[in-house]
Design a binder for this molecule. Structure first.
Ligand code: GLA
Length: 386
C-alpha cells in the first residue's frame, strides 16, 4: 500500500521525490449521540477506515489538492484559503490550513497533496473530520509546527464550526485525533477529560451497517436540533444556574420540566439528558463485561433518538429493527448524526455471517436499498503513517 501511494503521488505530480504519508481514521460512536454540543459524555472509537494524505512541500506558493475519490482537483496559492463554493471537498483541507495559519502558524510555502479515502462519505462515520485531521497532522509535520495533538483537534473543530458552518460538538475530531487502538474513549465534552476504555467484547463484535440513505449534514436538521437545545437551555436557565443541558439528570429535568414551554423542546432535552446517563452506564457495563446490558443501552439509545430526538428516519429504523431480530444480536442503534447513514450492532461472532446475509435481504426487501457492511477494527488516532 505504501509503494502504491508513493507511485500514485509521483505519477500525479510528475516527480521522483518521495512524499510523506499521513492517516486519519474515521470513527464510530457506540453511544452518546447529540450530547457533545450539550456538555455531555460520548463514547466513540476510531476505525481502520479513513483518509490518507500523501504530501510534499513545494518551492513556490502553489497548493495543489487532488483526491483519488473526487474528480475535481484544486490549485490555489497560499493566499487563497478563503471558502469557495466551487472548491467543493477541498474546502475542508483549506479550512484547516486557514484556521491553523490564523492561529499564528504561517503557511509560508506551497505543497502538493493527494488524498485517498476508504470511508463512505455522508454515512455518519465522520469522513469530514477525518480529512480535517489528516490535513492538520500533515501541516503540523510538513511545517514543523509542533502543535499538540489536542490543539490540532481543536483547530479542526474550529474549521468545521466557523469555516464550514456546521455547529457540531467536538466528538468526531476528538475521537479521530485522540483514540487508541483496542479502546473506545469516554469523553466528557464539557471539560475534555477522557478515559480510554478497553473494547473487551469477547465473542461479540461491533458491526457497522450502512443504510445507504445519504444525508448531508450541512443541509439537514442538525443545526435545527442544536438550536432547539439552546432554546431549551435558555428556558431552564430562567430559574436554574446551569451552562449545559447535561448538568441536569433525568430526575432534576423532571422536577423542572414546567420551565420548558414546549413539548418538542422537552422531548429534545429528555433525549439529551437520558442519553448522557446511558453513556456513563454503558461505559461501566463495558468495563464490567456485562455485554447484554451494553446491548440493551444501545437499543434504548436508538429508541430515544427515534421518539424524542427524531433524527433516525424510516431507513435507519427499519435497519435497526431487522438487525435486532437476528440471531446473536444483543444491541443495535443508529450511529452519528442520524437522518441516514449507519447503524452499529453488537453481534455474536458466530452469527456474523448469518447477520450479514439475513439483514442484506430483509433490508433490501423493505427499502429497495442494498446495505453495506463494515467489519472494522479499532485504530489509533491521526498521525504519520509508517
Ligand atoms: C455529528 C457531529 C458530532 C455529534 C454527532 C451526533 O457527527 O459532527 O459532533 O454531534 O453528529 O452525536
Amino acid at each position: 500500500m505504501k509503494d502504491f501511494f508513493i507511485n500514485k503521488f509521483q505519477n500525479t505530480f510528475n516527480t521522483n521525490n518521495v512524499p510523506k504519508i499521513f492517516f486519519a481514521p474515521g470513527r464510530v460512536n457506540i453511544i452518546g449521540e447529540h450530547t457533545d454540543y450539550n456538555g455531555g459524555y460520548v463514547m466513540p472509537f476510531a476505525i481502520n477506515l479513513g483518509t490518507y494524505a500523501i504530501a510534499m512541500l513545494r518551492n513556490d506558493n502553489n497548493i495543489n489538492f487532488i483526491s483519488a475519490n473526487f474528480s475535481k482537483s484544486i490549485s490555489i496559492t497560499t493566499n487563497e484559503l478563503n471558502y469557495n463554493k466551487n472548491h467543493q471537498w477541498a474546502n475542508y483541507p483549506k479550512a484547516v490550513a486557514k484556521i491553523i495559519s490564523e492561529a499564528g502558524y504561517k503557511i509560508t510555502t506551497g505543497f502538493d497533496v493527494l488524498f485517498y479515502g476508504d470511508l463512505p462519505t455522508g454515512a455518519g462515520l465522520s469522513s469530514s473530520a477525518s480529512i480535517e485531521l489528516a490535513t492538520a497532522v500533515m501541516l503540523n509535520e510538513l511545517f514543523n509546527f509542533n502543535i499538540s495533538q489536542i490543539d490540532l483537534v481543536k483547530y479542526s473543530l474550529q474549521a468545521e464550526n466557523e469555516y464550514m458552518g456546521l455547529n457540531c460538538g467536538i466528538m468526531d475530531q476528538f475521537a479521530i485525533g485522540m483514540c487508541k487502538k483496542d479502546n473506545a474513549v469516554l469523553l466528557n465534552t464539557q471539560n475534555l477529560q477522557y478515559e480510554h476504555i478497553p473494547l473487551n467484547t469477547y465473542n461479540y463484535q461491533f458491526i457497522i451497517v450502512n443504510s445507504m440513505k445519504k444525508r448531508e449534514l450541512l443541509n439537514s436538521k442538525f443545526n435545527t436540533r442544536q438550536n432547539e437545545c439552546k432554546i431549551a437551555l435558555k428556558q431552564l436557565k430562567k430559574e436554574l444556574i446551569i451552562n449545559n443541558l447535561c448538568e441536569l439528570n433525568s430526575a432534576s429535568l423532571h422536577s423542572n420540566k414546567n420551565l420548558i414551554k414546549n413539548d418538542t423542546l422537552l422531548k429534545r432535552a429528555t433525549h439529551v439528558i437520558s442519553e448522557n446517563e446511558r453513556t456513563i452506564n454503558l461505559s461501566n457495563e463495558l468495563k464490567n463485561s456485562n455485554l447484554q446490558q451494553v446491548g440493551e443501552l444501545m437499543n434504548l439509545s436508538h429508541n430515544s433518538l427515534k421518539n424524542n430526538y427524531e433524527v433516525t428516519g424510516s431507513e435507519l429504523d427499519i435497519l435497526q429493527e431487522i438487525s435486532l431480530k437476528q440471531k446473536g444480536v444483543i444491541g443495535s442503534r443508529m450511529t452519528g448524526a442520524g437522518f441516514g447513514g449507519c447503524t452499529i450492532s453488537l453481534v455474536d461472532k458466530n452469527f456474523a455471517q448469518n447477520f450479514k446475509t439475513k439483514v442484506e435481504t430483509k433490508y433490501f426487501d423493505a427499502t429497495n436499498l442494498k446495505p453495506k457492511f463494515y467489519f472494522v477494527n479499532s485504530s489509533n488516532g491521526a498521525g504519520k503513517w509508517e
